[in-house]
Design a protein around this ligand. Structure first.
Ligand code: NAD
Length: 547
């Protein structure tokens, strides 16, 4: 007879299966006795550093980045402290795996690689009982929620519920780059259906089998979620992420005044790109007020950047109208000009009086911009002719190909440097390897939002600010630009090394928190030393002692 009694899962086994408390082979002899772990682990006690070596060996032996991603997610599910130690000690190597570009591939394959639930799902079926359901989340001190509805995942379009990889990845960066405690982070997917035929026809798709809803039903679900989040987790910061652009602008406008909420695609991208332009001024010796930017793509990212750029020019004394005239847009319908037909509200301020031009290359010739910024999700659109035209009218043309993932970038780093004979100041959204041209080596900067959102979030969370303002993003941009070293600039890089990111985030957080204290956005008393207060909060991936 087989004994049918269920196994006792409450002994040492339980702690080994809890990713927050699990230390694997690093439990000490005393802990093994106290926690009833004897026999459940191999006898040798390893240090965390030795465990890190084992993990690195495994990751590096994997044949593809997607395999590396799967390995890392499995580690995150098993032992969170070790996962963050590996990520933080090897950020430049790991970031492209846990975030763009690999996370994009993971989202595209999500229904096939799915193993274990991670993050929280709310769907249309949950309307009316969202608050009750959200209480199923195991952690009660949630300080930040990253929420997506999967409609515009990176530059990859509608991936429905399979977009869950994005909030998971973003929150891993909050922890790694700014020390937000992992148990205070909640990745959340609002499943409102998908218009992606391939997913709807795939029997393994994990989301609702229905087309996207819009209008009242959508708004009610979103509002129910925000209300429940605020009630269950008072003061929680909500980051809306990878929404389609109609909902993104609308929801931001609707909620930002009375909810601690921001949109990284609009505001975070705005700050990181403007920081790159500000730092580029230190190479060209020009002023921001002398810049004319031509954007390819007038969506969340493009308009978000223009809005922060206008705020920066206004801070320097320029009128709003004049500042807006420094920003020009070509979108899928050509040059954005007044009278071009019906123009979405977020683009309206940038529809200038000018003759209509259909083509981006012709717009470059006509407008002679000092900078072109690609945020169209259309690869190969910064052609050789366009980069040569930029190099003809600028000694140091600013060329940022910011579309993600790498496959969608408007041009590669090598193309930008080669076609401009090494004069381009180049940055991209996803990382590119250094480029050798003659005897010079160029290190392209990555205009990665991870330089901005973790620091802004950290400042908001620690100061307990009730709102997130545009001025906080401008302050973050200026702080980031000021942290680019002369050595970075010499190598052509307009962003600091990623390895300094914890320090970058802490300094951004200091400026953001200061704004919250100065403007009365918080009831918390200003600490004597804001930076020390921030450092005190920041999570470090070390094992606690249990005996
Ligand atoms: P979006 O959907 O809101 O906007 C896309 C824009 O591109 C629209 O204005 C559309 O009209 C335009 N467009 C599409 N095809 C075009 C074409 N052939 N020619 C000219 N314009 C065209 O998307 P978004 O949120 O603005 O993101 C756009 C891209 O920027 C994505 O690839 C995203 O990954 C990237 N992005 C990068 C960063 C970063 O590097 N830090 C941050 C955010 C977004």
């Amino acid at each position: 007879m087989i004994d049918q009694t269920p196994p006792d899962l409450n002994g040492g086994v339980k702690i080994l299966h809890d990713p927050v408390r699990n230390k694997g082979t690093a439990y000490t002899e005393a802990e093994r006795d106290a926690l009833k772990l004897r026999g459940l682990l191999p006898p040798r006690v390893h240090s965390m550093a030795e465990q890190e070596l084992r993990v690195l060996g495994n990751i590096r032996a994997k044949p593809t980045d997607l395999e590396r991603y799967l390995y890392l997610i499995a580690l995150q599910d098993r032992n969170e402290n070790l996962f963050y130690r590996v990520i933080m000690n090897h950020l430049e190597e790991m970031m492209p795996i846990i975030y763009t570009p690999t996370v994009g591939k993971a989202c595209q394959e999500f229904q096939h690689i799915y193993r274990k639930p991670r993050g929280f799902y709310l769907s249309l079926q949950d309307r009316g009982r969202v608050k009750e359901i959200m209480q199923n989340w195991p952690h009660k001190d949630v300080r930040i929620i990253v929420v997506t509805d999967g409609e515009r995942i990176l530059g990859l379009g509608d991936l429905g519920a399979d977009g869950m990889g994005i909030p998971i990845g973003k929150l891993a960066l909050y922890t790694a780059c700014a020390g937000i405690h992992p148990t205070q982070c909640m990745p959340l997917m609002l499943d409102v259906g998908t218009d992606n035929e391939k997913l709807l026809n795939d029997p393994l798709y994990n989301g609702l089998e229905r087309r996207r809803v819009r209008g009242r039903e959508y708004d009610e679900l979103f509002d129910e979620f925000v209300t429940a989040a605020k009630e269950l987790f008072p003061g929680v910061l909500i980051q809306i992420e990878d929404f389609g652009n109609t909902n993104a602008f609308r929801l931001l406008d609707q909620y930002r005044g009375n909810t601690c909420l921001f949109n990284d695609d609009i505001q975070g991208t705005g700050a990181v790109a403007v920081a790159g332009v500000v730092a580029a001024m230190r190479i060209t010796g020009d002023k921001l007020s002398g810049q004319r930017i031509l954007f390819l793509g007038a969506g969340e990212a493009g308009i978000g950047i223009a809005n922060v750029f206008v705020a920066a020019l206004r801070e320097e004394g320029m009128s709003e109208d004049e500042a807006r005239r420094r920003c020009w847009f070509v979108d899928s319908k050509g040059l954005l000009v007044a009278g071009r037909g019906s123009i979405a509200a977020h683009k309206e301020p940038y529809a200038h009086e000018h003759e209509y031009i259909a083509d981006f290359a012709d717009a470059v010739k006509a407008l002679k911009p000092t900078a072109i910024l690609g945020l169209s999700g259309q690869p190969g659109t910064f052609t050789r002719a366009i980069i040569e035209a930029m190099a003809n009218v600028n000694v140091r043309p600013i060329i940022f190909a910011l579309s993600n993932p790498t496959s969608q970038a408007e041009c590669t780093a090598e193309q930008a440097y080669t076609w401009s004979e090494g004069r381009a100041i180049f940055a991209s959204g996803s990382p590119f390897d250094p480029v050798k041209l003659g005897n010079r080596v160029f290190v392209p900067g990555q205009g990665n939002n991870a330089y901005i959102f973790p620091g802004v979030g950290l400042g908001v969370i620690v100061s307990r600010s009730r709102i997130v303002t545009d001025d906080m993003f401008l302050a973050a941009a200026r702080s980031l630009a000021s942290q680019v070293t002369e050595a970075d600039l010499e190598r052509g890089r307009v962003y600091p090394a990623l390895s300094n990111i914890r320090q970058v985030s802490a300094l951004i957080a200091k400026d953001v928190a200061k704004m919250a204290y100065d403007n009365g956005f918080t009831d918390r008393e200003e600490p004597e030393d804001i930076l020390a207060d921030i450092h005190k909060y920041m999570y470090q991936p070390v094992y606690p002692h249990y005996a």
